[in-house]
Design a protein around this ligand. Structure first.
Ligand code: URA
Length: 190
């Protein structure tokens, strides 16, 4: 059975796959270019995203936009999504069962997008996507290769919000991501 983007969107919109469906306001499907070379995967929608139904529209989104702009990238040419499509109350860490219930959506998004580069934003995404023992402090900015895709991780933009001195560190990781995209022959495809 071949899923389409519309199929995923429709399923996410009415999903009752875990208890978060009872507390969320709006599920948050990934957004951006469906021809993008770069896929950013974060943890879960925050409160602002829950209200608007769009990823990274709150304060972390502003930091993310600054980082992208400083590295010659922009939202319209990448695809941004989350491990969980629904907001965990109080921004708590996603539970194992929530991650497992939601994972098929991410798999379908990745299958349809076929990104050249996947960037995990923060520990939760890196540990689910790259390796369960991934340490952001030590391993951010490193690359692995899997099924024709280069994977890396950096700090979540909310970590930069909490400690602005991390901005330059994360910017360096994003500059390396932009360089990698050029190396792989990618470009902006809005
Ligand atoms: N934090 C996330 O992990 N995802 C969002 O979409 C917004 C904030």
């Amino acid at each position: 059975m071949q899923f389409t983007w519309d199929d995923i969107e429709q399923h996410v919109a009415v999903c009752t796959g875990c208890p978060l469906s009872r507390t969320r306001r709006r599920p948050v499907m990934g957004r951006g270019s469906r021809k993008a070379d770069i896929m950013l995967i974060a943890e879960a929608p925050g409160g602002q995203e829950d209200r608007q139904g769009t990823p990274f529209v709150g304060d972390s989104g502003k930091i993310l936009d600054d980082l992208l702009r400083d590295c010659g990238l922009c939202r319209e040419e990448i695809y941004i999504t989350n491990i969980l499509k629904c907001h965990p109350p109080g921004n708590r860490d996603p539970k194992e069962e929530e991650k497992e219930a939601c994972f098929p959506y991410l798999k379908y998004e990745t299958f349809l997008l076929k990104p050249k580069i996947i960037v995990c934003l923060g520990r939760v995404a890196a540990q689910r996507i790259i390796s369960p023992d991934f340490k952001i402090t030590r391993q951010h900015g490193s690359w692995i290769s899997r099924k024709n895709c280069a994977l890396t991780a950096t700090y979540h933009p909310s970590a930069v919000l909490r400690d602005i001195s991390k901005y330059e560190l994360v910017k360096k990781d994003f500059l390396e991501i932009a360089r990698k995209r050029n190396e792989l022959g990618g470009g902006g495809v809005p």
